[in-house]
Write a new protein. Sequence first.
Length: 506
Amino acid sequence: MGGSVLWSIIIGILLGVYLRSVADISWPVAGLFVLLGLIVLLAAYMDITKHRAALLIAVALVACAVGIVRMDTATLEVPHELVQVVGEEVVLIGRVAEEPDVRESNVRLTLQLEALVGGGATTSIQSRVLAIAPLHSDMAYGDTVRAHGQLSEPETFDTGSGHVFNYPMYLAKDGITLVLSFAEVERLASGGGTYAKRFALQIKHALLAGLHRALPEPQAGLASGIVLGEKRAAGESLSDAFIRSSLIHVVVLSGYNITLVLRSADWIAQSLPRIARAGAGGLVVTFFILMTGGAATAVRAGAMALIAVYARLTGRIFLALRALGAVSALMVLWNPYTLLFDPSFQLSALATLGLIVFTPHVAKVLGFIPARMHLREIAASTLATQLTVLPLLLYQSGTLSLVALPANLLALIAVPPAMALSAFASLAGIIAGTLAPFFAFPAYALLSYIISVAEFFASLPFASITLGAFSAWWLLFAYALIGVLAFMLQRKNGGFEPAVLGSEKK
Protein backbone atom coordinates (compact mmCIF):
# COMPACT_ATOMS: atom_id res chain seq x y z
CA MET A 1 0.00 0.00 0.00
CA GLY A 2 2.86 2.36 0.85
CA GLY A 3 4.35 1.94 -2.61
CA SER A 4 1.01 2.61 -4.28
CA VAL A 5 0.50 5.82 -2.29
CA LEU A 6 4.01 6.97 -3.19
CA TRP A 7 3.35 6.39 -6.89
CA SER A 8 0.02 8.22 -6.62
CA ILE A 9 1.86 11.24 -5.20
CA ILE A 10 4.62 11.09 -7.83
CA ILE A 11 2.24 10.71 -10.78
CA GLY A 12 -0.09 13.39 -9.42
CA ILE A 13 2.70 15.95 -8.97
CA LEU A 14 4.16 15.32 -12.42
CA LEU A 15 0.72 15.47 -14.04
CA GLY A 16 -0.13 18.72 -12.26
CA VAL A 17 3.11 20.39 -13.35
CA TYR A 18 2.56 19.12 -16.90
CA LEU A 19 -1.00 20.46 -17.07
CA ARG A 20 0.02 23.91 -15.79
CA SER A 21 2.96 23.95 -18.23
CA VAL A 22 0.79 23.39 -21.31
CA ALA A 23 -2.43 25.13 -20.26
CA ASP A 24 -3.31 28.42 -18.60
CA ILE A 25 -4.82 26.98 -15.45
CA SER A 26 -4.26 28.20 -11.93
CA TRP A 27 -5.39 28.04 -8.30
CA PRO A 28 -9.15 27.59 -8.98
CA VAL A 29 -8.46 24.41 -10.96
CA ALA A 30 -6.15 23.20 -8.20
CA GLY A 31 -8.91 23.83 -5.69
CA LEU A 32 -11.30 21.84 -7.87
CA PHE A 33 -8.89 18.89 -7.85
CA VAL A 34 -8.70 19.00 -4.05
CA LEU A 35 -12.49 19.13 -3.83
CA LEU A 36 -12.79 16.13 -6.19
CA GLY A 37 -10.33 14.24 -4.01
CA LEU A 38 -12.47 14.87 -0.93
CA ILE A 39 -15.61 13.79 -2.80
CA VAL A 40 -13.93 10.55 -3.88
CA LEU A 41 -12.91 9.82 -0.28
CA LEU A 42 -16.42 10.55 0.99
CA ALA A 43 -17.92 8.26 -1.64
CA ALA A 44 -15.48 5.52 -0.65
CA TYR A 45 -16.75 5.44 2.91
CA MET A 46 -20.17 4.57 1.54
CA ASP A 47 -18.68 1.47 -0.09
CA ILE A 48 -15.77 0.16 1.98
CA THR A 49 -14.74 -2.30 -0.78
CA LYS A 50 -13.61 0.67 -2.87
CA HIS A 51 -11.73 2.37 -0.05
CA ARG A 52 -8.19 1.50 -1.23
CA ALA A 53 -8.72 2.59 -4.85
CA ALA A 54 -10.50 5.76 -3.72
CA LEU A 55 -7.66 6.65 -1.37
CA LEU A 56 -5.12 6.37 -4.20
CA ILE A 57 -7.27 8.46 -6.54
CA ALA A 58 -7.79 11.11 -3.85
CA VAL A 59 -4.06 11.28 -3.10
CA ALA A 60 -3.28 11.62 -6.82
CA LEU A 61 -5.83 14.43 -7.22
CA VAL A 62 -4.43 16.39 -4.27
CA ALA A 63 -0.86 15.83 -5.51
CA CYS A 64 -1.94 17.05 -8.95
CA ALA A 65 -3.27 20.21 -7.32
CA VAL A 66 0.09 20.67 -5.60
CA GLY A 67 1.85 20.34 -8.96
CA ILE A 68 -0.44 22.94 -10.57
CA VAL A 69 0.14 25.42 -7.74
CA ARG A 70 3.91 24.83 -7.73
CA MET A 71 4.23 25.50 -11.46
CA ASP A 72 1.97 28.52 -11.17
CA THR A 73 4.13 30.05 -8.42
CA ALA A 74 7.30 29.35 -10.44
CA THR A 75 6.08 31.22 -13.54
CA LEU A 76 8.59 33.96 -14.36
CA GLU A 77 7.65 37.58 -14.94
CA VAL A 78 9.94 40.19 -16.48
CA PRO A 79 10.25 43.28 -14.26
CA HIS A 80 8.42 46.28 -15.64
CA GLU A 81 11.61 48.32 -15.75
CA LEU A 82 13.22 45.77 -18.09
CA VAL A 83 10.13 45.40 -20.28
CA GLN A 84 10.35 49.10 -21.10
CA VAL A 85 13.92 48.82 -22.43
CA VAL A 86 13.68 45.56 -24.42
CA GLY A 87 15.25 46.15 -27.82
CA GLU A 88 17.46 48.96 -26.53
CA GLU A 89 21.06 49.19 -25.35
CA VAL A 90 21.23 49.09 -21.57
CA VAL A 91 23.73 48.98 -18.72
CA LEU A 92 23.11 46.34 -16.08
CA ILE A 93 24.86 45.55 -12.81
CA GLY A 94 24.70 42.02 -11.50
CA ARG A 95 26.51 39.00 -10.14
CA VAL A 96 27.71 36.02 -12.20
CA ALA A 97 25.35 33.40 -10.75
CA GLU A 98 26.71 30.30 -12.53
CA GLU A 99 30.00 29.12 -13.93
CA PRO A 100 30.66 30.96 -17.22
CA ASP A 101 29.74 28.86 -20.26
CA VAL A 102 32.69 29.17 -22.67
CA ARG A 103 31.74 28.49 -26.29
CA GLU A 104 33.92 28.52 -29.40
CA SER A 105 33.06 32.14 -30.26
CA ASN A 106 31.69 33.69 -27.05
CA VAL A 107 31.21 33.39 -23.30
CA ARG A 108 27.73 33.15 -21.84
CA LEU A 109 27.22 34.63 -18.39
CA THR A 110 24.14 34.07 -16.24
CA LEU A 111 23.72 37.38 -14.40
CA GLN A 112 21.66 37.78 -11.26
CA LEU A 113 20.72 41.42 -11.72
CA GLU A 114 21.01 43.98 -8.99
CA ALA A 115 20.46 47.25 -10.84
CA LEU A 116 19.56 48.91 -14.14
CA VAL A 117 21.63 52.00 -14.91
CA GLY A 118 20.20 54.67 -17.18
CA GLY A 119 19.08 58.27 -17.43
CA GLY A 120 21.42 59.32 -14.64
CA ALA A 121 19.67 56.98 -12.19
CA THR A 122 20.18 53.47 -10.85
CA THR A 123 17.10 51.29 -10.39
CA SER A 124 17.19 48.17 -8.23
CA ILE A 125 16.12 45.06 -10.14
CA GLN A 126 15.71 41.38 -9.27
CA SER A 127 15.85 39.19 -12.36
CA ARG A 128 18.21 37.03 -14.40
CA VAL A 129 19.55 37.66 -17.89
CA LEU A 130 21.93 35.75 -20.15
CA ALA A 131 24.80 38.02 -21.21
CA ILE A 132 26.61 36.92 -24.39
CA ALA A 133 30.10 38.37 -24.10
CA PRO A 134 33.26 38.20 -26.26
CA LEU A 135 35.48 35.15 -25.89
CA HIS A 136 38.21 37.15 -24.12
CA SER A 137 35.89 38.09 -21.24
CA ASP A 138 37.65 36.71 -18.17
CA MET A 139 34.89 36.43 -15.59
CA ALA A 140 34.30 33.90 -12.83
CA TYR A 141 31.43 32.65 -10.72
CA GLY A 142 30.60 35.17 -7.98
CA ASP A 143 32.01 38.24 -9.75
CA THR A 144 29.98 41.44 -9.63
CA VAL A 145 30.02 42.99 -13.09
CA ARG A 146 28.76 45.92 -15.16
CA ALA A 147 27.41 44.73 -18.53
CA HIS A 148 26.53 46.92 -21.49
CA GLY A 149 24.65 45.47 -24.47
CA GLN A 150 21.38 45.13 -26.34
CA LEU A 151 18.52 43.63 -24.36
CA SER A 152 16.19 41.25 -26.20
CA GLU A 153 13.71 38.46 -25.68
CA PRO A 154 14.90 34.91 -26.49
CA GLU A 155 13.20 33.23 -29.43
CA THR A 156 12.48 29.67 -30.48
CA PHE A 157 14.53 28.33 -33.37
CA ASP A 158 14.59 25.45 -35.84
CA THR A 159 17.25 22.82 -35.05
CA GLY A 160 16.90 21.24 -38.50
CA SER A 161 14.39 19.01 -40.30
CA GLY A 162 11.54 21.04 -38.83
CA HIS A 163 12.39 20.37 -35.16
CA VAL A 164 11.72 23.49 -33.08
CA PHE A 165 13.61 24.19 -29.86
CA ASN A 166 11.76 26.23 -27.24
CA TYR A 167 14.72 28.38 -26.25
CA PRO A 168 12.77 30.84 -24.06
CA MET A 169 11.46 28.06 -21.81
CA TYR A 170 14.85 26.33 -21.82
CA LEU A 171 16.36 29.52 -20.39
CA ALA A 172 13.43 29.91 -18.02
CA LYS A 173 14.43 26.70 -16.23
CA ASP A 174 17.50 28.66 -15.05
CA GLY A 175 15.41 31.68 -14.12
CA ILE A 176 16.53 33.60 -17.23
CA THR A 177 13.95 35.83 -18.93
CA LEU A 178 15.99 38.05 -21.29
CA VAL A 179 19.23 38.00 -23.30
CA LEU A 180 21.90 40.72 -23.36
CA SER A 181 23.59 40.41 -26.76
CA PHE A 182 27.00 41.83 -27.78
CA ALA A 183 27.70 42.47 -24.11
CA GLU A 184 30.76 44.38 -22.96
CA VAL A 185 31.45 43.18 -19.41
CA GLU A 186 33.56 44.87 -16.73
CA ARG A 187 34.38 43.28 -13.37
CA LEU A 188 33.47 45.44 -10.37
CA ALA A 189 34.22 43.00 -7.54
CA SER A 190 35.17 39.37 -6.94
CA GLY A 191 34.45 36.76 -4.30
CA GLY A 192 30.65 36.65 -4.33
CA GLY A 193 28.39 33.60 -4.38
CA THR A 194 28.53 30.67 -2.00
CA TYR A 195 31.91 29.65 -0.64
CA ALA A 196 31.34 25.91 -1.20
CA LYS A 197 30.50 26.34 -4.88
CA ARG A 198 33.32 28.81 -5.44
CA PHE A 199 35.81 26.44 -3.82
CA ALA A 200 34.53 23.47 -5.85
CA LEU A 201 34.88 25.44 -9.10
CA GLN A 202 38.40 26.50 -8.15
CA ILE A 203 39.33 22.83 -7.70
CA LYS A 204 37.71 22.04 -11.04
CA HIS A 205 39.69 24.72 -12.85
CA ALA A 206 42.93 23.49 -11.28
CA LEU A 207 42.17 19.94 -12.43
CA LEU A 208 41.30 21.20 -15.93
CA ALA A 209 44.58 23.07 -16.12
CA GLY A 210 46.38 19.89 -15.06
CA LEU A 211 44.65 17.90 -17.80
CA HIS A 212 45.63 20.39 -20.48
CA ARG A 213 49.24 20.36 -19.30
CA ALA A 214 49.36 16.56 -19.35
CA LEU A 215 47.35 15.75 -22.49
CA PRO A 216 47.07 17.19 -26.01
CA GLU A 217 43.80 17.90 -27.80
CA PRO A 218 41.36 16.29 -28.44
CA GLN A 219 42.29 13.83 -25.67
CA ALA A 220 42.35 16.59 -23.05
CA GLY A 221 38.89 17.74 -24.12
CA LEU A 222 37.46 14.23 -23.88
CA ALA A 223 39.08 13.74 -20.46
CA SER A 224 37.57 17.04 -19.31
CA GLY A 225 34.14 15.77 -20.32
CA ILE A 226 34.28 12.30 -18.77
CA VAL A 227 36.04 13.36 -15.55
CA LEU A 228 34.66 16.82 -14.83
CA GLY A 229 31.54 17.11 -16.98
CA GLU A 230 33.00 20.09 -18.83
CA LYS A 231 30.47 21.36 -21.37
CA ARG A 232 31.49 21.21 -25.02
CA ALA A 233 34.95 20.10 -23.90
CA ALA A 234 35.47 17.81 -26.89
CA GLY A 235 34.81 20.47 -29.52
CA GLU A 236 32.04 20.65 -32.09
CA SER A 237 33.44 18.21 -34.69
CA LEU A 238 34.30 15.49 -32.19
CA SER A 239 30.99 15.96 -30.38
CA ASP A 240 29.20 15.40 -33.69
CA ALA A 241 31.09 12.10 -34.08
CA PHE A 242 30.02 11.02 -30.60
CA ILE A 243 26.41 11.96 -31.38
CA ARG A 244 26.37 9.99 -34.66
CA SER A 245 27.84 6.94 -32.93
CA SER A 246 25.47 7.30 -29.92
CA LEU A 247 28.39 7.81 -27.52
CA ILE A 248 27.57 11.38 -26.51
CA HIS A 249 26.66 10.18 -23.00
CA VAL A 250 30.38 9.45 -22.55
CA VAL A 251 31.41 13.03 -23.35
CA VAL A 252 28.74 14.92 -21.43
CA LEU A 253 28.01 14.54 -17.76
CA SER A 254 25.65 11.64 -17.11
CA GLY A 255 24.59 9.29 -14.37
CA TYR A 256 27.20 6.87 -15.68
CA ASN A 257 29.99 9.28 -14.72
CA ILE A 258 28.63 9.77 -11.22
CA THR A 259 28.23 6.02 -10.75
CA LEU A 260 31.90 5.58 -11.61
CA VAL A 261 32.86 8.40 -9.22
CA LEU A 262 30.91 6.75 -6.39
CA ARG A 263 32.42 3.33 -7.13
CA SER A 264 35.90 4.82 -7.15
CA ALA A 265 35.34 6.58 -3.83
CA ASP A 266 33.89 3.38 -2.40
CA TRP A 267 36.92 1.37 -3.57
CA ILE A 268 39.40 3.87 -2.11
CA ALA A 269 37.58 3.90 1.24
CA GLN A 270 36.94 0.15 1.39
CA SER A 271 39.21 -0.34 4.42
CA LEU A 272 37.33 2.27 6.48
CA PRO A 273 34.45 1.49 8.85
CA ARG A 274 31.01 1.41 7.26
CA ILE A 275 29.95 4.85 8.56
CA ALA A 276 33.18 6.51 7.41
CA ARG A 277 32.97 4.73 4.07
CA ALA A 278 29.40 5.89 3.47
CA GLY A 279 30.23 9.41 4.62
CA ALA A 280 33.20 9.60 2.26
CA GLY A 281 31.02 8.46 -0.64
CA GLY A 282 28.36 11.04 0.17
CA LEU A 283 30.90 13.87 0.43
CA VAL A 284 32.56 12.91 -2.84
CA VAL A 285 29.25 12.80 -4.71
CA THR A 286 28.07 16.12 -3.24
CA PHE A 287 31.37 17.81 -4.07
CA PHE A 288 31.29 16.40 -7.60
CA ILE A 289 27.78 17.83 -8.14
CA LEU A 290 28.97 21.27 -6.99
CA MET A 291 32.10 21.04 -9.13
CA THR A 292 30.12 20.21 -12.26
CA GLY A 293 27.72 23.12 -11.80
CA GLY A 294 24.68 21.34 -10.38
CA ALA A 295 23.19 20.32 -13.74
CA ALA A 296 19.89 18.45 -13.56
CA THR A 297 21.54 15.23 -14.77
CA ALA A 298 24.15 15.42 -12.04
CA VAL A 299 21.61 16.28 -9.34
CA ARG A 300 19.34 13.36 -10.29
CA ALA A 301 22.18 10.85 -10.47
CA GLY A 302 23.83 12.30 -7.38
CA ALA A 303 20.61 12.16 -5.36
CA MET A 304 20.12 8.50 -6.24
CA ALA A 305 23.76 7.84 -5.40
CA LEU A 306 23.28 9.48 -2.00
CA ILE A 307 20.26 7.25 -1.38
CA ALA A 308 22.49 4.28 -2.20
CA VAL A 309 25.05 5.57 0.30
CA TYR A 310 22.34 5.86 2.96
CA ALA A 311 21.14 2.36 2.11
CA ARG A 312 24.61 0.94 2.74
CA LEU A 313 24.92 2.92 5.95
CA THR A 314 21.63 1.70 7.42
CA GLY A 315 21.54 -1.76 5.83
CA ARG A 316 18.11 -0.98 4.39
CA ILE A 317 16.87 -1.86 0.92
CA PHE A 318 15.57 0.79 -1.46
CA LEU A 319 13.78 -0.10 -4.64
CA ALA A 320 15.54 1.75 -7.45
CA LEU A 321 12.40 2.57 -9.43
CA ARG A 322 10.74 4.19 -6.42
CA ALA A 323 13.93 6.12 -5.72
CA LEU A 324 13.98 7.38 -9.31
CA GLY A 325 10.34 8.44 -9.11
CA ALA A 326 10.77 10.19 -5.76
CA VAL A 327 13.95 12.00 -6.80
CA SER A 328 12.40 13.10 -10.10
CA ALA A 329 9.26 14.40 -8.39
CA LEU A 330 11.29 16.32 -5.80
CA MET A 331 13.45 17.85 -8.55
CA VAL A 332 10.33 18.91 -10.44
CA LEU A 333 8.89 20.44 -7.28
CA TRP A 334 12.15 22.33 -6.76
CA ASN A 335 12.21 23.55 -10.37
CA PRO A 336 9.01 22.74 -12.30
CA TYR A 337 10.52 23.89 -15.61
CA THR A 338 12.77 20.82 -15.70
CA LEU A 339 9.86 18.50 -16.50
CA LEU A 340 9.13 19.76 -20.02
CA PHE A 341 11.94 22.18 -20.80
CA ASP A 342 15.17 20.51 -19.68
CA PRO A 343 16.19 17.88 -22.27
CA SER A 344 19.11 16.65 -20.15
CA PHE A 345 16.80 15.89 -17.21
CA GLN A 346 14.29 14.14 -19.46
CA LEU A 347 16.88 11.96 -21.18
CA SER A 348 18.68 11.19 -17.92
CA ALA A 349 15.48 10.12 -16.14
CA LEU A 350 14.30 8.03 -19.11
CA ALA A 351 17.70 6.36 -19.50
CA THR A 352 17.71 5.43 -15.82
CA LEU A 353 14.16 4.13 -16.16
CA GLY A 354 15.29 1.91 -19.02
CA LEU A 355 18.22 0.63 -17.00
CA ILE A 356 16.02 -0.30 -14.07
CA VAL A 357 13.02 -1.74 -15.89
CA PHE A 358 14.39 -3.36 -19.03
CA THR A 359 18.08 -4.21 -18.50
CA PRO A 360 17.48 -7.46 -16.54
CA HIS A 361 15.09 -8.73 -19.21
CA VAL A 362 17.30 -7.71 -22.13
CA ALA A 363 20.27 -9.40 -20.45
CA LYS A 364 18.38 -12.70 -20.43
CA VAL A 365 17.80 -12.44 -24.17
CA LEU A 366 21.49 -11.65 -24.76
CA GLY A 367 22.76 -14.80 -23.09
CA PHE A 368 24.84 -15.55 -26.18
CA ILE A 369 27.06 -12.49 -25.47
CA PRO A 370 29.93 -13.35 -23.11
CA ALA A 371 29.75 -11.86 -19.62
CA ARG A 372 33.51 -11.23 -19.38
CA MET A 373 34.68 -7.61 -19.53
CA HIS A 374 31.03 -6.65 -18.77
CA LEU A 375 30.14 -7.06 -22.45
CA ARG A 376 26.69 -8.52 -21.78
CA GLU A 377 25.99 -5.84 -19.18
CA ILE A 378 27.04 -3.07 -21.58
CA ALA A 379 24.95 -4.51 -24.42
CA ALA A 380 21.88 -4.98 -22.23
CA SER A 381 22.11 -1.50 -20.69
CA THR A 382 22.70 0.09 -24.12
CA LEU A 383 19.63 -1.55 -25.65
CA ALA A 384 17.50 -0.87 -22.57
CA THR A 385 18.36 2.83 -22.46
CA GLN A 386 17.99 3.20 -26.24
CA LEU A 387 14.49 1.76 -25.95
CA THR A 388 13.36 4.41 -23.48
CA VAL A 389 15.20 7.48 -24.81
CA LEU A 390 14.86 6.87 -28.56
CA PRO A 391 11.32 8.28 -29.03
CA LEU A 392 12.27 11.49 -27.19
CA LEU A 393 15.58 11.79 -29.06
CA LEU A 394 13.79 11.43 -32.38
CA TYR A 395 11.18 13.99 -31.32
CA GLN A 396 13.82 16.51 -30.19
CA SER A 397 16.46 16.13 -32.90
CA GLY A 398 15.36 13.48 -35.38
CA THR A 399 18.78 11.78 -35.20
CA LEU A 400 18.77 7.98 -35.12
CA SER A 401 22.11 6.19 -34.67
CA LEU A 402 22.32 2.79 -36.37
CA VAL A 403 25.67 1.88 -34.81
CA ALA A 404 24.82 2.46 -31.14
CA LEU A 405 25.25 -1.13 -29.98
CA PRO A 406 28.67 -1.98 -31.49
CA ALA A 407 30.02 1.49 -30.70
CA ASN A 408 28.99 1.23 -27.05
CA LEU A 409 30.28 -2.33 -26.74
CA LEU A 410 33.72 -1.28 -27.93
CA ALA A 411 33.93 2.11 -26.20
CA LEU A 412 32.37 1.60 -22.77
CA ILE A 413 34.80 -1.14 -21.71
CA ALA A 414 37.50 1.55 -21.79
CA VAL A 415 35.60 4.37 -20.04
CA PRO A 416 36.10 3.36 -16.36
CA PRO A 417 39.89 2.95 -16.63
CA ALA A 418 40.09 6.02 -18.89
CA MET A 419 38.25 8.06 -16.29
CA ALA A 420 40.55 6.89 -13.48
CA LEU A 421 43.72 7.37 -15.52
CA SER A 422 42.54 10.81 -16.68
CA ALA A 423 42.08 11.85 -13.06
CA PHE A 424 45.63 10.64 -12.39
CA ALA A 425 46.85 12.55 -15.46
CA SER A 426 45.22 15.72 -14.12
CA LEU A 427 47.05 15.36 -10.81
CA ALA A 428 50.28 14.68 -12.72
CA GLY A 429 49.73 17.87 -14.70
CA ILE A 430 49.48 19.80 -11.43
CA ILE A 431 52.43 18.16 -9.70
CA ALA A 432 54.87 16.77 -12.27
CA GLY A 433 55.30 19.77 -14.56
CA THR A 434 57.08 18.87 -17.82
CA LEU A 435 57.03 15.16 -16.89
CA ALA A 436 53.22 15.12 -16.82
CA PRO A 437 52.80 13.78 -20.40
CA PHE A 438 54.92 10.75 -19.46
CA PHE A 439 52.63 9.87 -16.53
CA ALA A 440 49.55 10.64 -18.65
CA PHE A 441 50.45 8.28 -21.50
CA PRO A 442 48.13 5.42 -20.33
CA ALA A 443 45.22 7.88 -20.21
CA TYR A 444 46.23 9.21 -23.63
CA ALA A 445 46.16 5.70 -25.10
CA LEU A 446 42.70 4.87 -23.76
CA LEU A 447 41.23 8.26 -24.67
CA SER A 448 42.64 7.91 -28.19
CA TYR A 449 41.01 4.49 -28.42
CA ILE A 450 37.59 5.87 -27.42
CA ILE A 451 37.95 8.72 -29.91
CA SER A 452 38.93 6.27 -32.65
CA VAL A 453 35.86 4.13 -31.96
CA ALA A 454 33.55 7.17 -32.13
CA GLU A 455 35.15 8.52 -35.31
CA PHE A 456 35.20 5.12 -37.02
CA PHE A 457 31.52 4.37 -36.47
CA ALA A 458 30.50 7.97 -37.19
CA SER A 459 32.31 7.79 -40.53
CA LEU A 460 30.42 4.69 -41.70
CA PRO A 461 27.77 5.20 -44.38
CA PHE A 462 24.34 5.47 -42.79
CA ALA A 463 25.85 5.56 -39.28
CA SER A 464 22.87 7.72 -38.42
CA ILE A 465 19.79 8.95 -40.20
CA THR A 466 17.72 12.06 -39.66
CA LEU A 467 13.95 11.88 -39.48
CA GLY A 468 11.56 14.75 -40.03
CA ALA A 469 9.55 16.38 -37.28
CA PHE A 470 6.45 14.57 -36.05
CA SER A 471 3.55 15.31 -33.74
CA ALA A 472 3.78 15.00 -29.97
CA TRP A 473 0.87 12.56 -30.23
CA TRP A 474 3.21 10.04 -31.87
CA LEU A 475 5.61 10.58 -28.97
CA LEU A 476 2.85 9.84 -26.47
CA PHE A 477 1.82 6.78 -28.50
CA ALA A 478 5.40 5.46 -28.48
CA TYR A 479 5.69 5.79 -24.72
CA ALA A 480 2.26 4.22 -24.28
CA LEU A 481 3.60 1.16 -26.13
CA ILE A 482 6.73 1.15 -23.93
CA GLY A 483 4.48 1.37 -20.88
CA VAL A 484 2.44 -1.59 -22.08
CA LEU A 485 5.65 -3.56 -22.63
CA ALA A 486 6.84 -2.71 -19.14
CA PHE A 487 3.47 -3.74 -17.68
CA MET A 488 3.60 -7.07 -19.51
CA LEU A 489 7.07 -7.72 -18.15
CA GLN A 490 5.80 -6.87 -14.68
CA ARG A 491 2.98 -9.38 -14.96
CA LYS A 492 5.33 -12.03 -16.33
CA ASN A 493 8.08 -11.59 -13.75
CA GLY A 494 6.01 -10.69 -10.70
CA GLY A 495 7.12 -7.09 -10.18
CA PHE A 496 8.68 -4.00 -11.61
CA GLU A 497 11.31 -3.44 -9.01
CA PRO A 498 13.83 -6.23 -8.60
CA ALA A 499 16.67 -3.72 -8.61
CA VAL A 500 17.80 -2.20 -5.32
CA LEU A 501 20.09 0.71 -4.73
CA GLY A 502 22.06 -0.96 -2.05
CA SER A 503 22.11 -3.03 1.04
CA GLU A 504 25.29 -3.76 2.87
CA LYS A 505 25.56 -5.41 6.25
CA LYS A 506 28.86 -6.15 7.92
